[in-house]
Design a protein around this ligand. Structure first.
Ligand code: ADP
Ligand code: ZN
Ligand code: ZN
Length: 718
């Protein structure tokens, strides 16, 4: 009986050998198989034949079945997963299974929905019996265009459809094929001069690997550039993968793409989809023209891949922060290289990693410095100095005055505060109790409308105490400002204004379309929200942006905090004055002399990026060095640190690699576990990779173990 190697979703860095009973036929590499594992059954991925199993023949177990209701993972996905296993030092089986949507990781048979009826080749020339009028009519309709099931049902043609399918003249499919002669592309606006120049260097680059970084101010027409590139890729019969950061933005962008490519097959993939839809869309991906999705879609099956676009490439949500801690942007580049296709990274504020590559000439840099709509000017940015101007409920007079004026002109404003909830904590004025989370080193956030205290780190929720748990004082006060409280304050101060709040508590993915319409239709005067509102939305009548509290990031110990803050402020500022009306941005800060603001006021990303890069170079920080973080979690900090100290002692001696001291994590306790970390750094990626290859297997041998440890290659958040 043949032996095959199977990859399973286990923490073990190895494959497993199984016998493949003759009656199951063959299992080509990538096939999904169900196998016995311990006392359970698991779905795994068949890889190659196992030549000589180290396991005694009588101990080997049999594959239970090959899951042939779903396609095998393609060779290029196997190769990409292997790259991730090597680069992120993570078990191959766990990666392979994670590339599948959850519903397809489970052995229960999956029947994909097939909502379109199409004519088959046989059906094109078929002659239904003369008396079968209804069948003939339906067949004629199908020859014109595929028909959706809902229409067929509504027109009571289901019976005739079934007859056509039985005759082999029609078939139900997931995605309707595109008919050859239909207009595929809506007419694009004429390219701006800058877009034209960009296209002249980008179009000839299609068809081979290369990384192209489009640095374009908000509104400069990056999306329009993607669409034109995609059009060229489509004309060549190939597919484009478009990676986007937020679920929230998917519907908006999807709509934009559908309008441009009305007859094309556009498929979305993100975790906001129901499990069934995610499985359906993943199964449809090989036949689609454009796949639009969040980070997980970097692993989707795309046999005709011709281009990868990573929009908002700097966005931290491309990096997964648990299990396989991959960067979808970096994996996208690896995939593009393996498939020899170009990858286009786009952002108004590229990550310093990408920007440094571009400055060094490793990536092609394309700059769009003008807004695409000629009248649209960049906003003026003013600082409100909190050292000299008093704050009341988080707001200063200049800010309120600007809001009032904008309202009076019938224009819209947005108010940015990156803290959801009513107040960041509840406070006892008599004993200074400040609502600690019992499980984390964090405060419980007051959510007044839900009447809860919530921990934003571990999810703990409790009722709002009637009195101080420490001293019994019944007069507890909200401490600081959250978006809910800000909304309440603004409503009281500006009773005529129609205010909407946007944050994780108010927004469901589908709510964006409705919100977009409300803002466009003029039904909203003031948008209050967290960073969720910083992204992507283009509201022509929004002329004022207020940024209330940024100072935490200015002096954060995280060396990327200012880079992130700058990007965020540029994005928010980019929301103001996009059409023919000039925009204005006011930022409240106690540190108006911080250099970040100088660059921001001049809209000078390049200048700030160069300044930050010079600093990073001096301090040997990324992108001038590479980092790996070993994270450990244990019930006590001593145990977590002891584990890391053992790990440091086991570190291979390598001249080019520095092992730093184990330290408590900045957020030291989450969900009753203490967290510590050990930083490894090197100027050379190769050296660091070789180091971790040697080191990683030894970490398994450390005793006592900790509750959890993980390696984070290219960590983004410390
Ligand atoms: P970005 O993605 O850089 O923020 P978009 O592609 O969304 O910019 O373009 C911003 C606005 O400019 C959109 O309303 C878009 O329709 C418009 N636009 C982009 N390119 C052109 C063009 N060549 N001619 C006219 N309008 C354009
Ligand atoms: Zn008290
Ligand atoms: Zn907590």
């Amino acid at each position: 009986m043949p032996l095959i190697q199977v990859a399973l979703d286990t923490p073990l860095y190895r494959l497993f050998d199984y016998r493949l009973p003759e009656e199951l036929g063959t299992a080509r590499p990538g096939s999904l198989v169900e196998v016995p594992f311990g006392r359970t059954r698991q779905v795994g991925i068949a890889l190659g034949p196992a030549a000589d199993s180290a396991i005694a023949a009588d101990k080997l177990r049999d594959v239970i079945r090959v899951l042939d209701d779903r396609p095998a993972l393609s060779p290029d996905i196997l190769r990409l997963a292997q790259f991730c296993a090597d680069y992120y030092h993570y078990p191959l089986g766990a990666i392979l299974l994670a590339t599948l949507p959850p519903r397809l990781r489970n052995a229960a048979p999956f029947v994909a929905d097939t909502p379109w009826l199409v004519v088959t080749d046989g059906g094109r020339s078929a002659e239904p019996a003369a008396r079968a009028h209804a069948q003939r009519a339906l067949l004629d309709a199908l020859r014109e265009a595929p028909q959706p099931r809902d229409t067929i049902r509504a027109q009571k043609q289901s019976r005739h459809a079934a007859a056509l399918v039985t005759a082999g003249w029609a078939a139900w499919v997931r995605l309707p094929p595109v008919s050859g002669d239909s207009p595929r592309t809506a007419t694009p606006p004429p390219a701006t001069a800058e877009q034209q120049t960009a296209l002249e260097s980008l179009l000839p680059a299609l068809g081979k690997f290369g990384v192209h970084l489009i640095h374009g101010v908000t509104g400069s027409g990056k999306t329009e550039l993607y669409l034109r590139l995609i059009d060229a890729v489509l004309a060549d019969g190939r597919q484009t993968l478009v990676l986007i950061p937020e679920i929230a933005l998917t519907p908006q962008l999807e709509q934009h793409f559908r309008r441009r490519f009305p007859r094309r097959r556009i498929v979305t993939l993100h975790s906001g989809l129901a499990e069934k839809d995610r499985a359906e869309n993943w199964l449809a991906a090989p036949d689609c023209d454009v796949l639009l999705g969040t980070r997980l879609s970097v692993f989707a099956p795309l046999p005709r891949l011709g281009l990868i676009v990573v929009d908002e490439e700097h966005d931290a949500s491309f990096k997964q922060q648990d299990s396989l801690r991959y960067s979808a942007r970096d994996v996208a580049i690896a995939r593009a290289k393996q498939r020899n296709v170009p990858v286009v990274l786009g952002s108004a504020t590229p990550s310093l990693e990408s920007y440094a590559h571009a400055l060094a000439g490793r990536y092609q840099l394309i700059e769009l410095q003008q807004r695409a709509i000629s009248q649209a000017r960049l906003p003026t940015i003013e600082l409100v100095d909190l050292k000299h101007i008093p704050v009341d409920n988080g707001l200063t007079r200049p800010v309120l005055q600007a809001l009032g004026e904008t309202l009076a002109r019938g224009e819209q404003s947005l108010v940015f505060l990156n803290r959801r909830g009513y107040a960041p904590a509840l406070y006892c004025p008599s004993c200074a109790w400040v609502s600690p989370c019992p499980r984390c080193s964090a405060r419980l956030v007051l959510h007044r409308s839900a009447r809860r205290l919530k921990c934003h780190h571990c999810g703990l929720e409790t009722r709002i105490p009637a009195e101080c748990p420490d001293c019994g004082n019944p007069d507890l006060k909200p401490l600081g400002q959250g978006t809910q409280r800000l909304e309440e304050t603004l409503a009281a101060l500006l009773p005529a204004a129609r205010i909407r709040r946007i944050d994780r508590d108010t927004m469901r993915p589908r709510a964006w379309a409705e919100l977009g319409e409300a803002v466009h239709g003029g039904a909203v005067d003031i948008l209050v929200g967290t960073q969720m509102l910083a992204k992507g939305h283009d509201f022509p009548n929004m002329t004022l942006a207020l940024i209330l509290d940024t100072d935490g990031a200015l002096y954060s110990p995280d060396f990327r905090a200012t880079e992130r803050l700058f990007a965020q402020l540029m994005q928010v500022a980019g929301r103001a004055g996009r059409a023919d009306k000039p925009g204005r941005v006011l930022i409240q800060t106690a540190f108006p002399d911080h250099p970040l603001f100088r660059y921001l006021q001049r809209h000078d990303y390049a200048g700030y990026a160069r300044a930050l890069l010079a600093e990073r170079k001096q301090l040997d920080l990324p992108p001038f060095s590479r980092q790996v973080l070993l994270r450990a979690e244990a019930p006590t900090m001593d145990a977590a640190l002891a584990f890391l100290q053992r790990a440091a002692a086991l570190a291979p001696e390598l001249a080019d690699v520095s092992v730093f001291a184990a330290t408590p994590a900045p957020m030291a306790r989450v969900a009753n576990l203490e967290r510590a970390q050990l930083l490894i750094q090197s100027a050379q990626r190769q050296a660091l990779q070789a180091f971790v290859r040697d080191w990683r297997p030894q970490l398994d041998t450390i005793r006592p173990r900790v509750a959890r440890w993980s390696l984070d290659v290219d960590p983004l958040v410390f």
